[in-house]
Design a protein around this ligand. Structure first.
Ligand SMILES: [Zn+2]
Length: 750
């Protein structure tokens, strides 16, 4: 019996030794699957690495891809006898075992690199038995893998803190460079961390890591791994730790991209190639910060910018706030997606529809309090300058952004039409019914986002084609397969190329906006740029949106909490910032002109009447028209003007008619002919107002039942006086049945 036991006891070490020869399970050694998702800019720059719950960053590299400094530093730091032992350092292990038995606790520091690797492969609570099992597995591992292979496994698997697993992930995380390019100082710095990634967290305990780095450099010198001069240089080297915020580049944009990828799909991806240009993004982030600093004292805390490539619809830059990390000012709110009132920025679409419905850029629209009487309901807008400008062309009305003509035109075409068109060009935020917004829609009473505005303006830049913006260029699956997304989705026509061109031509017309904004305003460029500004009620929001043929830029400034700003208009607010960004985008380029589509003609018009100029018109302007809509008849406003004699009863203060009506002469007016003046010079101008409810409108004038003439806007015509009693009537010629004015009776005395 005793003999048998003795035999077993004697055989046991042999059996254990034999089990060491059992091959190590290879499945454990395959590279850890990539659990992080990387977001890249269009040039491959890392914007963000998204970590899943079950792991962290890990990028497997071959041993020869890693800086040799790092390998030496790791050996010096963790296991200087690595190339000499067979997986277990017997002497130090026995010493640790004795200490453990004496103190009843586990003392670390005796583990070889091989043992640490085993612990990484088989995580378990640490006690003496686990430690023995580790040693046994370490011996087996040494029989299965070469020293080089073990080292490769180790540096790819070990934790470097902050969810970085492996040297490549750590090197990119802390130093923003591949591990192949680590200097000696950097290598020793990173090699210091795995001992205790929590206590030696470079972001929290930089000095602690630095101290251990110096220790490691000392050991390397001692072991003869480096020369004295190398050691001294490395000690003196300044370490440039990449700030934690730098791993969070273009934060609002990345959040936006991630929100577009369903979480189920995200799990299958290792990288998303985005459309962002990070170089541009950095510059625009700085421009925004500087621009907001320049506006200090005006109650503006925040701003947002989006830049689209018109050809592809790709988002090249998206800055959601002044500073994502500024919690005091809600920096995490994405100002590009936030819903706010857009001020005047929707007017171009109102006028685009007006052009579709028969108006031209030369059409005259009345900017007067009378016009407001025609507005249904109790909606009473005011112009920005609180003045009225009389009869103005559509071009002036849009370029100067007057409110009353915009409302009048919208009433004429119907707010439903604008609502539906805005929806079709991507204003999904307008969720209420058209009736909810009413005529105020054109003045920005609906809440929309900066992205929606930029998207809509890019339709005009694309000559009327609607194209959804893109943020993703390619998706890389975890198995390495890359799915490029099609570059172009089918674009839908929202406006005809001619209408888009005319609106663009107006928005790029520096002269036309001069009456309202002055000549030297920030919207003047050395190359063609179409732009529009907007300010919401009470100065809460300030917008500039515009485009060159290549890029569309949207800028908003204001406050996320809705605090009003002080004396800020689009021109003084974000206008300069818009200009800086446009100039940056076209740096070193001449900038191309907006191409004129077929079917556009340029024609001279009299600015007072919008008609073909005659020899008496004091001024003539060139206007662009869709072929066939240019005016045919001559100006009726300017004629050789006689001294008109009239003795009319004055009726000051009488309200102007709300409907189609003759405004001059008035019913009951009495005129007296001058005995001296030649008869043909004694004439009066008949005038009527016609609410812009049904363009195109022409008016026929009747005196005592005889037609005396026909006019378009501004609905006035000369009539030669002769003695007698007269009944004057006007009839409107439109699509529907003729509308008749109330008759006006006048008497002309000799
Ligand atoms: Zn004229």
């Amino acid at each position: 019996m005793k003999k048998r036991l003795l035999l077993v006891l004697l055989a046991l070490p042999g059996v254990i030794s034999l089990t060491i020869l059992l091959p190590f399970p290879k499945s454990r050694l395959s590279p850890g699957h990539v659990v992080s998702l990387r977001l890249l800019d269009r040039n491959g720059t890392l914007l963000r690495e998204v970590l899943s719950d079950e792991g962290g960053r890990c990028r497997w590299v071959q041993l020869d891809e890693v800086s040799p400094h790092l390998l030496r530093a790791t050996i010096a730091a963790e296991d200087k006898l690595f190339f000499l032992h067979r997986g277990v350092n017997t002497i130090s292990m026995l010493r640790a075992l004795l200490q453990n038995l004496r103190r009843g606790e586990v003392v670390s520091g005796a583990s070889t690199i091989t043992q640490q690797l085993v612990r990484n492969l088989y995580p378990a609570p640490r006690n003496v038995w686990v430690k023995l099992r580790e040693s046994w597995l370490a011996l087996r591992l040494e029989c299965t893998l070469s020293k080089q292979e073990i080292l490769a496994q180790y540096i790819n698997r070990i934790s470097y803190g902050n969810q970085a697993y492996g040297i490549e992930a750590a090197s990119r995380l802390y130093l923003d460079k591949p591990s192949s390019q680590l200097s000696l100082a950097e290598a020793a710095f990173l090699a210091a961390i795995p001992r205790s990634p929590t206590l030696l967290n470079p972001y929290r305990a930089f000095r602690g890591v630095k101290k251990r780095q110096l220790d490691i450099l000392g050991k390397m010198l001692e072991l003869g791994l480096i020369a004295g001069a190398e050691h001294d240089r490395a000690r003196a080297e300044d370490l440039c730790l990449l700030p934690a915020t730098e791993r969070f580049r273009a934060p609002h944009f990345c959040d936006f991209v991630l929100s577009q990828v369903p979480s189920e799909e995200r799990k299958t991806l290792s990288a998303i190639g985005t459309t962002l240009d990070y170089g541009l993004q950095r510059k625009i982030e700085i421009l925004l910060k500087n621009g907001l600093s320049a506006m200090e004292g005006r109650g503006i805390e925040n701003g947002a910018v989006v830049v689209l490539d018109n050809r592809s619809g790709e988002i090249l830059s998206l800055v959601g706030s002044r500073d994502f990390f500024d919690e005091a000012h809600d920096g995490q709110v994405n100002g590009v997606l936030a819903l706010r009132q857009p001020g005047s920025t929707l007017k171009p679409f109102t006028y685009g529809l007006a052009l579709e419905n028969g108006l031209t850029a030369a059409s005259l629209i009345e900017d007067s309090p009378d016009q407001l009487r025609n507005v249904e309901g109790n909606y009473r807008p005011q112009n920005y300058d609180r003045r009225y400008h009389g009869l103005i062309s559509l071009r002036t009305a849009l370029a100067c952004s007057y409110n009353i003509p915009a409302v009048a035109v919208l009433q004429a075409i119907g707010p439903d039409l604008l609502y539906r068109r805005l929806q079709s060009i991507g204003f999904e935020s307008l969720r209420e019914t058209p009736g909810y917004y009413g005529l105020g829609l054109t003045l920005g009473n609906g809440e929309v986002s900066l992205l929606e505005l930029a998207r809509a303006y890019s339709v005009l830049a694309r000559r009327g084609l609607y194209l959804r913006e893109r943020t993703i260029m390619s998706l890389v699956r975890k198995d390495g397969q890359e799915d490029p997304l099609p570059i172009r989705e089918a674009a839908e026509r929202a406006f005809s190329p001619q209408i888009a061109y005319i609106i663009t031509n107006i928005l790029a017309d520096r002269d036309a906006r001069t009456p309202s904004f002055g000549y030297h305003n920030p919207l003047s460029f050395p190359f063609p740029v179409a732009a529009k500004t907007g300010t919401s009620k009470d100065f809460r929001d300030n917008w500039t949106v515009g485009y060159s043929p290549r890029y569309t830029v949207g800028v908003w400034v204001g406050n996320f909490d809705g605090e009003p700003m002080h004396n800020v208009s689009g021109i003084t607010g974000c206008g300069p910032l818009f200009k800086d960004i446009m100039l940056l985008l076209h740096k070193g380029e001449a900038g191309t002109d907006f191409t004129e589509p077929k079917g556009i003609v340029t024609s001279a018009v009299c600015p007072r009447s919008g008609l073909r100029p005659n020899e008496f018109c004091p001024g003539v302007v060139k206007e662009v028209f869709i072929e066939g809509t240019e005016p045919r008849e001559e100006c009726t406003h300017h004629q050789k003007n006689p001294a008109v004699l009239l003795v009319a009863e004055k009726r000051n203060g009488e309200p102007a008619p709300a409907r189609f009506a003759i405004t001059f002469p008035r019913d009951g007016d009495i005129f007296k002919l001058d005995p001296v003046l030649r008869k043909e010079h004694q004439r009066i101008k008949l005038r009527a107002v016609f609410p812009v409810t049904k363009y195109p409108a022409r008016i026929k004038w009747w005196v005592n039942g005889d037609k005396v003439g026909e006019t378009g806007p501004p609905f006035s015509i000369f009539w030669n006086l002769r003695p007698g009693s007269f009944t004057i009537k006007a009839t409107a010629v439109s699509d529907g049945p003729p509308v008749e004015s109330r008759p006006v009776k006048v008497v002309v005395l000799t």
